[in-house]
Design a protein around this ligand. Structure first.
Ligand code: 6LW
Length: 539
């Protein structure tokens, strides 16, 4: 059955591809091929955008991700074709919604679910560094979200399902998918928590979502943990509270088997389903891309897969339950990709949406001067976990990339510093920094922090003034470079990527490329002005 579906999907895919290619060759330029409806690249949202959840409102699609210790939290994206996504904001943009004191990469905000019901969006998630499960709601996500509505049922990865005036919540307390009914506007739990499924025996049954189709309640979950054995399984029942019976063909998505052993994508799991406006079904899921051996640096990213879901049948994901970087499948009519500008000028606030702070920032430490982003140094260093350092960062979204910042350190006392950092968490970062020395001198330093190891790799003396700091990433190395004239760059050090990977650093997040400033003593008034920041990734 599985084999038949696969061969059928593949031959349909190749036929459509052939028809499309022929049509493109035969068509007058600019007519038939203007809008593509075949093929796309995965991941559809690269970089640390894990635990995707998706919903549709007419022909608009909305997607959210988990965000851990980052502030603001829960980035929200919009798309009309499921392939091209544009960030439209964050669901959690103030401290009253997002207390993150002391949160590290294992902490803060875990997997969210987005749903739309009777004109209102609901985003439900867990803050593991605070009071656990809560939801926020809004009628217009571009205008901001409510204060948190805290919930009683615990366990991570809460989801919502609405039916006939009732709102159900599922999450995974005590290792079992558990259901209750709630009032989503007050948070009141209306029925006792009831265990409904424990999965197919994989560790960490999590990420549950309920859907109803053809008279069945389907319960989609993930098992195996967010590692190489991650997998998506599904069960169904005629009643929402069960009994749920697992699909004999489970898992419906996984890369843990030999058919995906050599795939550049691993750890596929944590999924959500959506039916598109044309009736087709799609899955979003997370996965990671190992590099330089079995190391991954970018965190878990958002992928898209087509789903065949015939009436009364189990859903089949992309034929054989695997996904690829190059997806040769029919799609919705695709919009043209909007290229992001390479340069960020930081002239006016707020920060562009792809930038985040760590934990809850004190906004007095940041200023937009009209010419630069001013980072006011404090004594909170990148190594401290209890407080938010002066830091802004964006995700490394490509294995091969170049990031450059133009930076100047002002009013600095000996020991004050500012620079670029490749940041995973307090115990794992590589820094390329400008440091104030005795006698008015400055130097450029390459340093790493890996657990208890704090090592200065390279120091060169530098004339005072503006400097361009550059990090070039490839599979195996980060190249740390600098320039004082903006054209000639000098290599300072090559830093091995693997020690900064998730395998070495731990945590749920990927690498952030950050800008930061730290002072040695509170008496200094040091600050760094960042005139611009460039990021260019190789697809
Ligand atoms: C998330 C859980 C998981 O809440 O890891 O990948 C947790 N799966 O479902 C953090 O991302």
């Amino acid at each position: 059955m599985k084999y038949n579906t696969l061969s059928c999907n593949l031959s349909l895919g190749s036929m459509l591809s052939l028809v499309c290619t022929l049509a493109c060759i035969l068509a007058p330029v600019g007519t038939l091929c203007a809008q593509s409806d075949f093929g796309y690249r995965n991941p559809v949202i690269p970089g640390c955008y894990p635990d995707p959840s998706i919903c549709r409102v007419d022909s608009d699609y909305y997607l959210v991700n988990s965000s851990f210790q980052f502030f603001p939290g829960v980035p929200m994206f919009h798309s009309r074709d499921l392939v091209h996504w544009e960030q439209i904001g964050h669901c959690l943009d103030r401290e009253s919604q997002l207390p993150l004191q002391g949160a590290q990469s294992w902490g803060g905000i875990y997997a969210p679910t987005i749903r739309h019901h009777e004109g209102r969006f609901y985003m439900i998630t867990t803050n593991v560094s605070s009071k656990g499960n809560f939801l926020v709601h809004t009628t217009d996500p571009r205008m901001g979200w409510s204060e948190p509505v805290w919930l009683q049922q615990q366990g991570i990865d809460p989801s919502l399902y609405f039916e006939e005036g009732r709102c159900y919540m599922v999450s995974n307390p005590d290792g079992a998918i558990t259901l209750c009914e709630i009032n989503p506007l007050t948070g009141e739990q209306l029925t006792p928590s009831q265990r409904i499924w424990e999965g197919m025996g994989g560790r960490y049954p999590e990420g549950p979502h309920i859907y109803k189709k053809d008279g069945w309640y389907y319960l989609l979950i993930s098992e195996g943990g967010t590692e190489y054995a991650h997998r998506v399984t599904i069960a169904r029942s005629r009643h929402i509270a069960g009994p749920y019976l697992g699909n004999p063909a489970n898992p419906i998505l996984t890369h843990m088997n030999s058919n995906a052993q050599h795939s550049p994508i691993q750890g596929t799991g944590h999924a959500d389903l959506v039916q598109a406006v044309d009736g087709t079904w799609w899955m979003v899921c997370l996965a990671f891309r190992p590099q330089a051996g079995n190391y991954h640096l970018l965190g878990r990213e958002t992928y898209l897969a087509p789903v065949r879901w015939d009436e009364g049948a189990w859903p089949v994901v992309h034929g054989d339950g695997t996904i690829a970087l190059d997806m040769q499948v029919p799609t919705l009519p695709q919009s043209t990709k909007v290229e992001k500008p390479i340069r960020t000028l930081f002239r006016r606030g707020p920060l562009p949406m792809e930038w985040v702070y760590l934990q809850n920032p004190s906004m007095a430490q940041y200023q937009f001067t009209g010419k630069a982003l001013r980072l006011k140094a404090t004594q909170a260093s990148l190594d401290q976990s209890a407080v938010s350092p002066t830091f802004v960062g964006r995700r490394q979204q490509h294995i091969r990339f170049t990031a450059t910042a133009s930076l100047q350190l002002h009013d600095a006392a000996p020991g004050d510093e500012a620079g670029l950092t490749l940041y995973r968490e307090t115990h794992s970062h590589y820094d390329l920094l400008l440091r104030q020395e005795e006698g008015g001198k400055q130097s450029l330093v390459v340093r790493y922090r890996l657990g208890a190891m704090l090592h200065t790799q390279q120091v060169v003396a530098l004339p005072r003034g503006k400097v361009q700091l550059r990090i070039v990433g490839d599979e195996a190395n980060y190249h740390f470079e600098y320039s004082t004239d903006g054209t000639r760059f000098h290599t300072l050090a090559l830093m091995d990527t693997r020690y900064l990977s998730s395998e070495a650093s731990g945590g749920f997040t990927g690498t952030l490329i950050g800008l930061y400033a730290t002072q040695a003593a509170s008496s200094s008034r040091a600050y760094a002005d960042v005139a611009w920041f460039d990021y260019q990734g190789e697809e």
